[in-house]
Design a protein around this ligand. Structure first.
Ligand SMILES: *Cc1c(COP(=O)(O)O)cnc(C)c1O
Length: 358
């Protein structure tokens, strides 16, 4: 077990109320502490510490600033009715973080030890976990390459950090459906690239598209595959699913789609309902045809930040597809209700998804 040192703040901040969080932009407030673990090739991961949240010093030559060797994760902690702090499926995020490390030439982490360190941070700031409807404590682990050199090669030193942000609903509209458009100019990822891992560069590359979507009055874009620009992949930071002829359908993982923990949870949950979620290739042309024939009753985006976000409108060139009259549909509502009930321990944890912070 890794030794963890604590240096607690002498100036604790005022903790926002749940009501304040619902009026605050997602991820703009941070708790009193952060977790830091250093890596050097000769020493491995070492010097794990919980310290006051605050700025860091980096050499300007740190390679992360130049070549973007940066990965992150995103997960959520909740407080149960009996006041316990719990985290939703953090083991999955640790596995995925190591997959990101592998792809980005970053030193691997010990999944169990790092999770215990993250849990210790959450425990330190557990008073910050909000309890209002739709609120949670967003947990953001990340790793940056900080060796100082100019020249393209993998870093020999890294910093692992975790920061915590109390959040309300991801979209200010709450559970009401969003409008998205199909991106046909830019691409997010290609097979053989980095689309299947959470590396910072993927998001930098998507900002231009997001900016154009915002300007056109849409909250997100739907990405198509980068080669044929035909098959549906996912939304900005969320996976996507449709209800077609009463069955949930989601694009199959193909090396350029990010394998979401929420997507995986939806697959497992739907299986327990007795009707599997179908993972397959689905082209935008096929979707538009099915929609025209009245066979697509719902569309929804799926990810940690929003959990389930109904899609009310999907614009593809001149085609506008409206789902369920622009209102949240029964499948999205049921998924949202059942997953959030498990997350907050209001429903039994029959899948073993909840990690208790002790
Ligand atoms: C994080 C992310 C998702 C959703 O993953 P979750 O583990 O469910 O939060 C989907 N797509 C992209 C591009 C992402 O970055």
């Amino acid at each position: 077990m890794m030794e963890l040192k604590f240096e607690l703040t002498k100036n604790p901040k005022r903790i926002p109320t749940s009501e304040e969080l619902t009026r605050t932009h997602f991820g703009t407030l941070f708790t009193d502490h952060m977790l830091i673990i250093d890596y050097e090739k000769s020493k491995g991961w070492h010097d794990a510490r919980v310290v006051p949240y605050g700025p860091l010093a980096f050499e300007p030559a740190s390679c992360c600033f130049h070549y973007g060797q940066l990965i992150f994760e995103g997960l959520k902690a909740y407080k149960t009715k009996d006041g316990c702090a719990v985290i939703f499926r953090p083991e999955q995020n640790m596995i995925r973080m190591n997959e990101s490390c592998e792809r980005m030439c970053i030193a691997k982490i010990d999944e169990r030890e790092f999770l215990e360190a993250i849990a210790a941070l959450v425990k330190t700031d557990s008073a910050w976990i909000p309890t209002g409807l739709g609120t949670s404590l967003y947990v953001r682990p990340f790793i940056v390459a900080n060796e100082a050199f100019l020249g393209v090669h993998p870093s020999n030193s890294f910093i692992f950090m975790t920061i915590l942000s109390p959040v309300g609903p991801y979209f200010t509209s709450g559970l009401s459906p969003v409008r998205i458009y199909v991106e046909d100019k830019y691409v997010r990822a290609v097979r053989g690239g980095t689309g299947f891992v959470k590396c910072a560069g993927n998001y930098a590359a998507s900002l231009k598209s997001q900016e154009e979507a915002d300007a056109a009055g849409y909250s997100q874009v739907l990405w198509l595959d980068g080669v044929e620009r035909k098959y549906i992949e996912e939304v900005g930071g969320m996976n996507i699913a449709f209800v077609i002829d009463g069955e949930l359908v989601t694009p199959e993982l193909n090396g350029s789609i990010l394998p979401g923990v929420t997507r995986k949870s939806v697959i497992e949950l739907v299986k327990s309902w007795g009707k599997p979620m179908i993972e397959r290739k689905i082209s935008i042309q096929e979707l538009a045809g099915l929609h025209k024939a009245g066979r697509v009753s719902e569309a929804m985006a799926i990810g940690t930040a929003a959990v389930i976000c109904p899609v009310g409108e999907l614009k593809w060139g001149g085609d506008v597809m409206i789902f369920n009259n622009g209102k949240i549909g029964p499948v999205a509502q049921r998924l949202y209700d059942e997953i959030t009930a498990i997350q907050t321990c209001d429903a039994p944890d029959k899948f073993g998804w909840v990690y208790e912070v002790k």
